[in-house]
Design a protein. Sequence first.
Lengths: 443, 354, 297
Amino acid sequence: MREHRLGGRAAAALVAVIGILIAAGCSSSTSTSGSASAPAPSGTTVSTSQCGSKPGVKATGTPIPLGGIVTNQPGTSFADIANMANAYFTCVNANGGINGHPIKYYIETEQTNPAQIAGEAKQLVQTDHVVGIVGNTSIIECSVDHSYWEKLGFAIVDSGIAPECYSTPNSAAVNMGPRYSSDGAVQYALSQHVSKVVFDQSNVPGTGYIAAGPSALAAAAHVPIVQLTENVPISDANSVAIKEVDDAGPNGAVILNFTPPEALVILQAAQKLGLENRVKLWGCSTPCNTDFIAHELGPKWDKKLFVNAELTPPDVTTTSAMSLYKAILAQYGHSVSSGVGSFSQMGFAEAEILVHALESVKGAYTVQSVNAAIKAVHGFNTGMLCQLWSYGNYPMHIPNNMDYTVTPNNGQMTTAQGCTKISSVDPQIAAYRKVAGVAPAAP
Amino acid sequence: MAGTAVRTARARPRPPLQKPGAGTLTRAAVVAVILLISLFALPELLSLYYVDAMTQVAVYAMVTLGLGLLVGRVGLVSLGQVAVLAIGAWTAARLLFATTLPYPVVLLAAGVVTMALGTLIGLPALRLRGLYLALITLMLAGAITVVLATANFPNGGHGFLGYDASSVHIPPIRRPSIAASDPAYFRYSVIVAALMFLLAGVHIKTRPGRAWAAIRQSEPAALAAGINVTLYKLWAFALASFITGVAGGVLAGAVHYLYSIGFPTQDSITLLAVVLMGGAYSLWGAVVAALLLQLLPAVLHNWGVSADWLTILFGLGVLQVLTTAPGGLADQVPKDLARLGRLLRRHLPSGAGG
Amino acid sequence: MPSWQDFQPFIVSGLALGGVYALSGVGLIVLYRATGVVYLAFGAVGAMGALIAWSLVNASVPGWVAWLVCVASAGVVTLGYGLLFGPALAKRDPLVKAVATLGLTLVLFGVMDLLWTTGGGQSRAITLPTDNGGFTLGQIQVTWTQVVGLGAGVAITVVTAAFLRYTKLGTAMRAMANDREITATLGVPVRRVEAAAWLGCGLLGGLAGLLLADLVALDATTLTFLVISSLAAALIARLRSIALTFVAAIVIGLIHDLLTPIQSLSNYRDMTPFVLAAVALLVLSRRRVISLSREEA
């Protein structure tokens, strides 16, 4: 009996201990390491007030509600993209807003649960009354919600992952997504005359769709390709690395398509096993494009690992847009934990596009007017991409189809190859170029 | 035989269903009221976000019902019910894509296939008891999860697996024509759940229920009383699998898109946690557990509270239940309310109106 | 069918993986032999210790201090749990005791994700000095950390087996796992013996967590649920023999990696621990009913 009650009190004691732990943790929690803080803007110093039309004037009109859905679960977090978009909107609100109207941005996070994602879309529309959707970055949201957005007439500006982000009329991405980014990595490897390609990706929804691009490229170049998938999270990186190297052979290339932590684990395992020089080169799709990975990998991978970079490398670019991006990140981007990097660049670009569209709206800001303006965006220079960006009224959208290749050098990612078009050998790219043409390169 | 001290389960032949007493009628009335509110009032009052959440509650109420039957009624702990749910969802999705069978038939088929698989696995596993049984269900669930990760869920493709890996336009899993909208599908899932609860209730009130109670009390004694322990345990497995399979079918229609990453092994642990917290011994406990599992996260998410707090709460809940309140919330709350009632009666002036 | 040459490197990596499984598996059995509890939170306490060590290293605390804190914190958490909940659950079924540790797992998992949030594309890593340097075996480099991992598994197996058999405290632990009440009446200070068992298991968990964070990944989810695969090894040994658990873990690791070059089975190799455990349990139970009620231990 005594022990019975002790158990109940024990539970209460445990609660108290946890509370103390949390309090202690909260007061000193930082979750990042390495190059997390934004460096000082290089080149011309730009004032953040340039983000808005009336510098220094706070917007006080009726808010324009926008929404975004991002994955945020243990192991995968795209919250930085929405947080950076929010930082941009905050800057705009402090500098005139949209004709005096501030933007109110509702961010919904999800844990890859289709019911939850569908519910959040309805929440944004019915409860928050959003007139535009921007910043969506999710493993499955495009698949789950695209019919809903199409039915209501929302034109999404997102960072796509699922196939439907690129193959449906109402979603246009600022990035290339896993398939076309992998295309870019494979394309670079093929340009270096490798004799075999091993393409390994994480076993999340859409592997066949992603693999089809590299397969087409390899077939056109008459190079054999081995398609592999790994269950994530990877618990045995050693066997993965050995298998990839064995399959590729000494004149082959291993191309990875994983989230940054998983790609890092594989590459580090390869290094620990002494395998990094057993193939001609290693490649990776865009997720590897972070200074964090360059720093963690160390010098053995300089000019050995070639990463496809969907967005303009921030460290070597000194345009005013890049400076503005870094300035906004420094001033308003406290919740962007990854700092300077592709995630925040995507958020910046998407927010830019929305503001540009909103500024062209005459009259009331309704679902119809706002999304018509978004679809009308044409030839816009985000400052973050190789090309000018357009939405348009097409059945599919791959507006970013030209990008860089970078390689680690002294703890940072540096350019290995400038803006290169993704080959039309990929049937989806060919289909898009047929309806939309090839966008001109950004100045 | 009157006079013998020990009455076994077969000593007195009883009619299969006794005439309901006053308590049963009140309970039935409460259930009916709740059902009516769910079917007619809730879809009007709640936003679509919460209607979707409540549909998930209905689905998982069936899952917790199945697990509650195993854990509470028979004393078998299964750490693999999410894998069973996945099998039911897979079967339903495959049939919905490949055939034009009406929805109730698909649900039944999903239930039957899951029941068959559950029984097949249950048969050899029943040699194990207690901790070993729980751990082997965990192992089997882990194995099924890996198979699912490789086979994936049907998405309109051809072949046995029905999975088209290169699809750029995954078609949604269809819903019954009478329940296409979210509120209508919510009503549909509530009705299906009510039927499953009725099925479970009938089992509990009749011979299987009594046999299970005897087995949970003491297996050797039940054996000695002439109860076919293996048969009734298998029956429990079969019933739980059937109900969970039907739940999987309803889930398929609710979410329209199924992914293997949505059925991780760790969810089975959370499922057991909420079943224990809600109360494994009563049917109400299953409903409470489902509310904890699906409605509470939706509410907290809306308020911006991290889902991690819920994980912590569930862990503490398990510890609390196992150490102090084995009946769970469904057992504890009525007791607490009764205690509160007594407290109020003592302190309120007697003879007060109303 | 791949050639012998193709299999060779996987033997080495398989042994390393087996060492990983053995660390946790043996740790699980140790506590089970001493308290009758299958400590399913073993992975979680190790993961949290490793994350604490990571935070300390990030705050420029010297490495060895951080590792000591890692091991100590795991020991403290486990001891705390054992003292708080051990007595309350002592008379219950082993099943109930195991499910209670699942509760602890959930709590720790939630706390870890709250305190060490998932950043945007960044991961955490622990590096031990034994990572630099190793030797070449066949065409593969083996780091000293992998050797330490395997060696630790062997050492723990041998030391714990000897401890439980030959020392007074060890014998007391075994007696208590058998029947706590009778052991108490025999004059053994059960509370203290139990506390020692919990503390020892926690320290082992911290050590395993540190090594696994280096060998596998410093990720709360991976490390917490790695225990399920290690549990498979313990189940094959029917939760009895420490040595058998070690051997089973090595075999699981070997088979898992040796399946990698076989195209048709490669994607299913993650099933290895589960299938082997299920088969072993079902085969072993063919003749007799296996149970762990209070009456039998």
